[in-house]
Design a protein around this ligand. Structure first.
Ligand SMILES: CC(C)(COP(=O)(O)OP(=O)(O)OC[C@H]1O[C@@H](n2cnc3c(N)ncnc32)[C@H](O)[C@@H]1OP(=O)(O)O)[C@@H](O)C(=O)NCCC(=O)NCCS
Length: 144
């Protein structure tokens, strides 16, 4: 698959986030407050100029940690999943964050995505917890 990664707008990220992450829910639930921050960066994965995947990152420290970034809105359209696109998107996030001197990346991972994040070098760093309207999650982190 010839996947191209580009920086994209919030509007473009929502084209993938809504159908993948907010199935059977109002599409506006795929938006988040942090989309408005100037430090928020969205990446898009494209196949023949069509967007098929997205990932969003922004700086968010936990407790006293410094230079940490958070991953949100990680999604690949259903029919393109398991082709390595998610991993390529994450690698672009890692490179970008490292270029900003970021030291780690963390996320709240849906249970179904834990295996994917482990494959990409993340480890679980919390007990299981619930996020309303979405379900069970683990917090996961990766040093960069
Ligand atoms: C999680 C997700 C972003 C990964 O992107 P991807 O392009 O499918 O990932 P990759 O092809 O790089 O990696 C695939 C690995 O992730 C897991 N995976 C991906 N799609 C899967 C699916 N439909 N069912 C089960 N596992 C899946 C598997 O471990 C797979 O590894 P394998 O191919 O060696 O078995 C994508 O599958 C997705 O959008 N899933 C639904 C939304 C979601 O859960 N997002 C994360 C929210 S925290």
């Amino acid at each position: 698959m010839n996947i191209k990664i580009k920086r994209i707008s919030t509007k473009e990220a929502l084209l993938v986030r809504a159908p993948v992450l907010r199935k059977n829910q109002p599409p506006e639930w795929a938006s988040m407050e942090e989309d408005k921050l100037p430090s928020t960066i969205h990446f898009g994965g494209f196949l023949s100029n069509n967007i098929v995947g997205t990932a969003t990152v922004y700086p968010e420290n936990r407790s006293n940690n410094q230079n940490e970034w958070r991953l949100r809105g990680m999604a690949v359209l259903d029919k393109y999943q398991s082709n390595g696109i998610g991993e390529i998107l994450l690698n672009s996030c890692f490179d970008f964050i490292k270029s900003k001197n970021g030291k780690s990346l963390w996320c709240n991972a849906r249970i179904g995505a834990v295996k994917f994040y482990k494959k990409c070098g993340f480890s679980i760093c919390s007990k299981k917890f619930n996020i309303i309207n979405i379900g069970a999650h683990f917090r996961m982190e990766k040093s960069l």
